[in-house]
Design a protein around this ligand. Sequence first.
Ligand code: IPM
Ligand code: MG
Length: 368
Amino acid sequence: MEKHIVLLPGDGIGQEIIGSAKAVLEEVACLFDHKFTFESHDIGGTAVDKHDTPLPAETVKACKQADAILLGAVGGPKWDQNPSHLRPEKGLLGIRKELELFANLRPVKGFKKLLSASPLKEEVVENSDLLIVRELTGGLYFGTPSERQENGQAVVDTLYYQRHEIERIVDKAFQSAKLRRKHLTSVDKANVLESSKLWREIVEEKKQEYPEVTVEHMLVDAAAMKLIQNPAQFDVIVTENMFGDILSDEASVLTGSLGMLPSASLRSDQLGLYEPVHGSAPDIAGQNIANPLAMILSAALMLRHSFKLEDEAALVETAVEEVINAGYHTGDLNVAGGSRVNTVQMTDKVIDHLSPSDAMSCIMRAYA
Ligand code: IPM
Ligand code: MG
């Protein structure tokens, strides 16, 4: 299979971990006889510095022509005081919108070995395996007007959704639930918000099309509580943009580290953008100590969702699990014992575990 992948390293540790994903993908290509080609483009603060915009037109053009996109992370204190059109985050929101990547999938599955790294009790987090399906191109993030008024003394943000935007994300969530444990929790604030009332109506309509899936509605405040009280009760959660942003960070503590969580942002065809849920971690950037696993697991999601390469995706995920089980961990993972490794070493460990028996990688064998 031949595929062209656009790499958007972005800022901070994004610059380091994107290399980890690329190295793993090159090994996968070698092992399975695929041809993956790569090109890199700027986004975020790096793009502001070089091109005076967080989302250069050539970046958008390259992404539109790609088979899939891998993104590291954007943001950092260097750009915090910038006016809003020159904020790194504008680049990320812009590319999501430009490509109409409306469905953000955030799987949250604890690794057994890391359960003790979670601040929650082990018996609470064990068996948690859930998928957050977050609407990504509507709601408060994109509503107009969003501005200061009355001489800066009043503000307005607009929460706007059209019926079709809700229908397509709810459909995606039902389809995901069908492939999993067939339980869907729709999270809203229907006791207060008009947008949530329409959301709930649509979920009720759609459930007729998916009789095998059981549906439950939950208010967002209750969901926030239950997520840490009894996470194992959730299978698929579907929710609007802002609620999904907040709940997915909350859910990340179940796994012991935000450094383990991948995400996929999809539209109706196979194009997708894949990025870790974590940010650019400017405090540890450039030191070769960042955890590359969320980025590598995002590449696995790319293999699965954009390229339909399930075996390859599963191989990468298993390799990550094996490396964790073997006791290797980066500094962010608060685990006792084992061996602490840096970004490059962790990447090499994953690559070693992709090959069945001997330690030499496929790429090394090709040169030997
Ligand atoms: C995320 C991030 C982004 C978001 C920020 C960086 C704009 O928090 O992907 O969850 O809020 O969507
Ligand atoms: Mg977030």
